[in-house]
Design a binder for this molecule. Sequence first.
Ligand code: ZN
Length: 311
Amino acid sequence: MISDPRAGKMCLGLALAALAAFVATAAWVGPAAAADGKLRIITFGAHPDDCELDTAGVAAKWAALGHKVKCVSVTNGDIGHSVIAGGPLALRRRAESQHAARILGIETEVLDNHDGELMVTLENRRRIARLIRDWQADVVISHRPNDYHPDHRYTGVLVMDAAYMVQVPFFTPEVPPLTRNPVFLFSEDQFQKPNPFSGDIVVGIDDVVDKKLAVVEAMESQFYEGGCCDVPAGGMPQDAAGKEARRKQVHDFFASRFAATADRFRSRLAEYYGADRAAGIKYAEAFEICEYGRQPTKEEVRQLFPFLPSR
Ligand SMILES: [Zn+2]
């Protein structure tokens, strides 16, 4: 679905005009391409919970400043549960993503690809490129291509494959090409081969961690019930005390996970915030700059992440 009214059909003449505009404006001219000066960020996750879990903190921060964030789930998550599957689960997970988006103040879209079946196809490359163009993205975030889940890996590859093509006028010419390349980022993971994740950009999220934890709670099918494979031992509690204990268990698990990112990249936090302030940051999100797409300077990173302190 095209969600941005600025997107539209493009004839050959417009394509040539766009090519000329691309040549004329390829240089970086400021933090945001949009006329209103607002940044536009699009995040891709393989399933309805991935981009929320990876980027909820920065998404809430961007949204609070009036910037525009969209979360795209590339599959509908329809096998991501130990008991239910198919259409009813896809609908439930779409509703959870919409709930999370309301908490964060962002937009969301769930593509109707089956969970566990995503492939790197030309059709999917075109679809991802169109979504980035429709959103007029300044920043694009996705998985790295060496993730544990095939849908995560292929989401990463599809976004990387679009990283150059979003500017090419005659690739999917029905949607105008971007006149400058966005910055492409990867969200954090723990995988070591062929190379570990490098936290090039690390953001303290203490001020919005309650929203991020509310997002975790909103995605009940995944984090409370355990998705496809992380069902609590003995099954889901049915009594009130058991349910409350489970909620606390989930809350504490994710709070410690978000804190682990701050600990993992404490020295990088110090580069952005200074050592004293970095030492007091409890929760963080981290991002790696993809070698494809625009390569931002440190100053451009601060413009794209305007909640980072200026130095
Ligand atoms: Zn996933």
